[in-house]
Structures are given as C-alpha cells and as structure tokens.
Ligand binder design. Structure first.
Ligand SMILES: NC(=O)c1ccc[n+]([C@@H]2O[C@H](COP(=O)([O-])OP(=O)(O)OC[C@H]3O[C@@H](n4cnc5c(N)ncnc54)[C@H](OP(=O)(O)O)[C@@H]3O)[C@@H](O)[C@H]2O)c1
Length: 320
C-alpha cells in the first residue's frame, strides 16, 4: 500500500510502498479515505526518533483518519465491515500511522462511527484538534464570563477551542499573526490581537485590565515566550502550554502552569462529531491535497501559517 513514511533516523517523510497490515485479535482494519495533518506529525519525525530500534522503520506518519472498516480481527468486535469510522491512532511509534491506505487499530481505541450528516473530511480533521480543544477547556476550568487568552488561535486546535469556549460564554482573546479579526470573530472571539502589530501585552491589558483568567498557549516553543504571555494573567490564573514548556517557565506569582497532554477517548469523539454534524462546531479546512503532496504540506506546517486543518485525500468518500 502507499504510505508517507520516515525510512530511517533523520530522514524526511516520503512516499513509499509498505505491506498492507492485517488486523490482530480485537482490532479493526480501516481503509482510509482522509487523514488530517497535525504538527505532531512533523514534530514526531523531528524530535522523537532517537532511541528507537532501527528495525521499526519505515514509520508511517499521522494519527487522524476517517474511512471504512474493511476487515475485523478475530474475537468479538463492536464494529462491522463497512462501518464508516474516524479516529485517532497511537501513531507511528505504535505502528499505526494514517498517511496511508490502511491502518489497524484496537476496537477500544479512540475510534467512533461517523454520524449521518458529517462530511468524512471534517471527521478526519476533527480528532486531535477537537479533543485537544475540549480537554484544554476542561483543564483551565473556566466558567461563563471569565476570560481565556489563546495564543496561536487561528490553527486547528485554536479554531475549535475558540468555539467551545464561546459556547460556554467564556470571553476569548485570540492572539494570532496577521489580520484574522473577521475569521476569529466569526468563530466567537471577543477580541483578536495581531501579535505582529506591536507588543501583544499592551493590547491584552487594554482588553482585560484586571488580568486574564487563563492562557492556552498553542504556539510558544520556549519557556521564555510562554512566560511572556503568562504575564497577562491575574493572580490565581492558569497558564497552559500544549508545547511542553510550562514546567520550565518562570511564571508570575500565583499563576499555575500546566503542560497539557491529550487523553484520546471514543466518547469524546462521539460528542464532538455530533456537534460538528449539527453545525455547532465548525472545523475550518485550510487545504485539501493528495497523499503524494503530504511531505510538502508537513514542511509548510512546520513554518507556520495554518488557518484551520489540512486534509490529505487517500480516496474520495464513496469511491473505490
Ligand atoms: N500536548 C498535546 O497533547 C497536544 C495536543 C494537540 C496539539 N498540541 C500542539 O499544539 C500546537 C498547536 O496545534 P495545532 O494543531 O493548532 O497547530 P496548527 O494547526 O499548525 O496551528 C498553529 C497556529 O499557531 C500560529 N502561530 C504560530 N506561532 C505563533 C505566534 N508566535 N503567535 C500567534 N500565533 C502563532 C500559526 O499561524 P501563524 O504561523 O500564521 O502565526 C497557526 O495558526 C502544536 O505544536 C501541537 O503539536 C499538543
């Protein structure tokens, strides 16, 4: 089958042929229609390969997918051949990358049925970004009328988080690069700040003079950059990083740092998919491209600029 894979240490992901996997007991095999791109897909290839045994290569990239169950492993299974499903796998290290034609996943993993009315592209775009957004909102435990500063709000996680927070009456301050006021406003941001326009701290203070209640920093890759954003928080506020830099940051007195880790769940997938099918949660698609263009898309995402999700097309839904 076709796959985008890393073939050895420090190699760039490239199009290769790999054997089609067979499902083990309790697994399902999914014939993938769409996969979606997450920064983790290139971060993984960049950062986390050292220490792996050479025989694990080639490692297929990707975690998010939508497609049809085409084979069931032995034993009882909650899925049937032909079910239209989507989800998030354990990824390359688990031998379950998704930039490929087929993936095998345990039936109890983060996999759910695509509800009627939900486009399979959107289903593929939803798992990592949607689940991260929902769990970030839980982690910062905001109630209505509190404020949330989202840094990197225009990307996959940020666009979902903005909407979920707004749905709880949380006041979202979206920090982005570029003029994204119209887009972020339509998703529910109360204030949109272009961080390339001058010091973001001035604009944040102007919109929240008593300090922000929580920070979700989806962009800062250093403790210093993260701490600079956390300076906008009021005492007692929560500063969350999705990039693992909170623990090393010098935070203002009284501000609690959190390094977020996604905990994928099939139940959460059902909830998010229902919201997306109803149109309550919009998942903006930034780009849609064929499998062979995925390496370039990974390179592009590495340099920034995401405005929603990139979807990789393995085969159009309903076609053979
Ligand atoms: N820890 C976890 O479990 C977990 C879970 C999910 C995601 N994540 C991580 O969270 C991060 C965001 O994920 P994502 O899926 O939303 O990525 P994405 O779709 O690529 O979006 C990232 C966004 O950040 C913006 N950005 C980058 N630098 C910025 C800056 N200095 N100020 C403002 N905006 C900035 C980018 O646009 P511009 O470049 O145009 O500004 C882009 O819109 C990734 O690093 C991902 O790996 C971690």
């Amino acid at each position: 089958m076709r796959a985008i894979a890393v073939s050895t240490f420090r190699a760039d992901p490239a199009l290769v042929e790999v054997p089609k996997p067979d499902p083990r007991p309790g697994q399902v095999r999914v014939r993938i229609e769409y996969a979606s791109l997450n920064p983790r897909d290139w971060q993984f290839a960049n950062d986390t390969l050292d220490g792996l045994a050479p025989e694990v290569f080639p490692l297929v990239v990707g975690v998010d997918y939508a497609g049809r169950v085409d084979m069931i492993g032995s034993g009882d299974n909650r899925f049937r051949v032909g079910d239209h499903v989507f989800g998030r796998t354990g990824g390359p290290a688990a031998g379950a990358g998704t930039y490929c034609d087929y993936v095998c996943v345990p039936q109890e993993s983060a996999i759910a049925l695509v509800p009627r009315g939900l486009d399979a592209r959107i289903a593929a775009a939803l798992p990592s970004a949607g689940m991260a957004a929902a769990q970030i909102l839980e982690a910062v435990s905001l109630r209505g009328h509190e404020s949330l500063l989202i840094v990197g709000a225009a990307g996959g996680v940020g666009t979902c988080l903005t909407q979920l927070a707004k749905a709880r009456d949380v006041r979202v301050i979206a920090a982005v690069r570029g003029d994204e006021r119209a887009r972020m406003g339509s998703l529910g941001a109360a204030v949109t700040i272009d961080v390339t326009d001058g010091p973001a701290s001035d604009a944040i203070r102007a919109s929240c003079p008593d300090g922000v209640d929580a920070l979700a920093d989806l962009a800062s890759a250093t403790p210093e950059a993260f701490a600079a954003h956390a300076a906008a928080l009021r005492p007692g506020g929560i500063a969350l990083s999705t990039r693992g830099v909170a623990a090393g940051a010098a935070l203002p007195r009284g501000v609690r740092g959190v390094d977020f880790r996604l905990d994928p769940s099939p139940v959460l997938l059902d909830v998010l998919a229902a919201g997306a099918a109803d149109g309550v949660l919009r998942v903006p698609i930034d780009a849609e491209l064929p499998l062979e263009k995925a390496p370039q898309a990974l390179d592009r995402n590495r340099t920034g600029g995401a405005r929603g999700k990139t979807v990789i097309v393995l085969r159009e839904h309903g076609h053979c």
